[in-house]
Ligand binder design. Structure first.
Ligand code: HSE
Length: 292
């Protein structure tokens, strides 16, 4: 995707506030095949490797490392920030179940591995995680091996850059463009200028400032008072529910799905610890939700 030169040139006069990206072709391809066509994880990975999408160690793709490296680069080009790979919290697609996918569908979302770099009051935050995207969000329709970067900025507003995220010809085209650029600089005699000249001091954001909605899938014994207990736990951390769904309980176990209103990373950590300590709840999954 021609995003880096776009950020360095066309958006140089703008102030970027958030970059959301579907940044990994392999996991995109795999999720599309698994969700839309019912392929197994193993078959989807094998085909992604055969098509030349996956890195030689596919862990980088499916565990979110590749997308996290790209989030580091986007934070430099979009925000002038110098952050380390270790500053990007990353989670891959390996823990997404068909139940998560089905509930997302029922509630009007699709799940994609999304890189999210944003500037909040206290600094910059960068993370990669499987995310519930509202079906009407432009990133929700990015499928197969396509990738996209959605930029929110003060000047332009919203813009999206879209193209194949992996594969022989797209990769070769990008690499060759870099080589041509280097050759031009050699012939112009201006070698040594950095590709990206945007640099500023931007600390890492305080987790209390980084807010998102979240999806929780929880299992609990099918007994009275569980929803009340769940409400007490969330209420004790000042977290408000946006949607609550209890799937048909089977007399033994009930699956409860909660989508919260916006809450901070600090609240997320605290409520997760309380849920894990509570004997009557098992946290099956927690995923970020992009609000409408
Ligand atoms: N393995 C990468 C991907 C391709 O699947 O997106 C290079 O970025």
């Amino acid at each position: 995707i021609p995003i880096l030169r776009t950020l360095a040139n066309s958006l140089t006069s703008d102030k970027v506030t958030r970059i959301l990206g579907v940044l990994n072709g392999t996991s995109k391809f795999m999720m599309t095949k698994m969700v839309d066509e019912g392929w197994s994880y193993e078959d989807a990975l094998k085909t992604a490797q055969e098509l030349g999408y996956a890195e030689s160690d596919p862990t980088n793709d499916v565990e979110g490392y590749d997308a996290a490296y790209k989030a580091v680069i986007l934070s430099q080009f979009g925000f002038g920030a110098t952050i380390d790979f270790d500053d990007v919290s990353h989670k891959g697609i390996t823990n997404i179940s068909t139940d998560d996918v089905a509930v997302a569908q029922e509630l009007g979302y699709v799940i994609k591995l999304v890189g999210d770099v944003r500037e909040v009051e206290s600094g910059i935050s960068a993370e990669v995680s499987p995310t519930f995207l509202p079906k009407n969000h432009p990133l929700a329709s990015v499928n197969d091996v396509m990738n996209a970067v959605f930029v929110e900025s003060i000047g332009i507003g919203e813009s999206m850059y879209y193209g194949p995220g992996a594969g022989q010809r797209p990769t070769a085209t990008s690499v060759l463009a870099d080589i041509i650029r280097i050759a031009r600089r050699l012939s112009d005699g201006n070698v040594g200028k950095p590709f990206n000249e945007f640099r500023r001091d931007l600390p890492l954001a305080n987790p209390a400032d980084v807010k998102s909605n979240y999806y929780f899938a929880l299992d609990t014994p099918d007994e009275k008072g569980k929803i009340l207990h769940l409400s007490e736990i969330f209420n004790s951390e000042d977290i408000s529910f946006e949607q609550v769904l209890q799937q048909k309980a089977n007399g033994t176990t009930a699956r409860i799905v909660v989508i919260t209103h916006a809450m901070s990373k600090t609240q997320l950590k605290a409520v997760t610890e309380k849920l894990e300590a509570a004997e009557d709840f098992t946290v099956v999954n927690t995923l970020k939700v992009l609000s409408n």
